[in-house]
Write a protein that binds this ligand. Sequence first.
Ligand code: HEM
Length: 438
Amino acid sequence: MPHTAMTLPPGPSAPPAVQTARWLFRPIEFMDACRRHHGDAFSVRFLGFQTPMVMISDPAAIGALYRGRESGLPPGRSFALEPVMGSRSVLLLEGSEHLSRRKAMLPAFHGERMRKYESVITEVIHAEIASWPLGSSFPVHSRMQAVTLEVIMRAVFGVTDPARLERMRGLLARMLSNTASPRLQLRVMLARRFGRRDPIDNLRREGAAVDDLIQAEIDERLADHRPGEREDILSMLIAARFEDGSEMSHEELRDQLITLLLAGHETTATALAWTFDLLLRHPEPLARLRGELDAGTDGYLRAVIAEALRLRPVVPLAGRRLRSELRVDGHMLPEGTDVTPAIWLTHTRADIYPDPFEFRPERFLNGAPETYAWIPFGGGVRRCLGAAFAEFEMRVVLREVLSHLDLRIANSKPERIARRNITFSPRGGTPVIVTSRR
Ligand code: HEM
């Protein structure tokens, strides 16, 4: 094998502050410009990070990265999340500690379990659409946030008591809006760079009230004489055992629930908003989907969701810190390098997706793409734990909305992709108008 020197691929030469600003405010243009100038792999420098981050988009390289089971997390993930999610969060732990959580939690997220949540999701979306006005515009993104929050409170946390639901709704909504503030990451970066008070401290204080409510749910289950009859994910986690037979502590249960909330709420709401945005701007796929839903089949619905997640991936990066060398695009990246697939760049490769910027669900009807060419949920041992849950929830919500309502987009100008903390979301919130009830 020819000798390859340990080098990082070249990247933009602008100072880190400029690259950070471009990433925060114009991420698509930034990545696209990097692709045009540097190709499949390039190194970027972000403010507050000691070393460059290598972005990759070739599925073969992504496969090699995600198959490296021993790789760790890049520093960015725990940056703003650890203080809120807690130190035992499955999303933040590494190595054997991470794997043991994943193993214990996986059964609760198996595809076939999802049917159990169908009635809860259907109930939530029916109540939601009953409140939608006829003939006046409202942003579908914020309505989807309300739906996914309600679904998590009921299917994941298993809250049924109306008073507790009401109280939790208010507390979680506040916690989520602070966590998702578009300026939070910037404020954290600036506060840490200039030694000012960390804005995360406020989030931590608000979390204490949520912890009390979660503890009440746990206590209720422990006192329950028929705990096996509950279907919610908290009940499954209480019953889960690690390989040595031990159970999750109450503190850990709390960390995992908040993790599932933060990982699953905004992401699923945004994916739904983008799917409505794309569908309502493309009459042919919309008509075909309606026809297939009326006929009771869901193959096209699955393809619509896959295509929406391809063209509008909600989470832009899902990286690793290398524990061993990795060959990428003619460069041998040394151990310790931070490497991340640039998900949008991967999903818009013309060699894999002809006319990559067209919304064309049909491309997913004849078999799945290569494993590492469609990565909205990341991959390998850290692939999104809630992927089956998210896709199932999306199918139920889209099916129910489109079977009960006729909608149109309220703003003919295409939605721009804007960063909202860790997600790429529709800048205008996708305003829609309900034109009639079916
Ligand atoms: C469309 C909606 C969603 C998208 C696009 C999404 C995307 C992602 C991505 C990209 C990752 C990182 C994967 C990696 O590093 O390889 C992730 C991790 C994770 N997601 Fe999701 N997610 C969604 C919904 C959910 C839901 C509904 C839940 C739970 C209810 C959830 C729970 C998690 C957890 C626990 C992790 C951490 C996994 C680990 O580190 O082992 N996600 N998600």
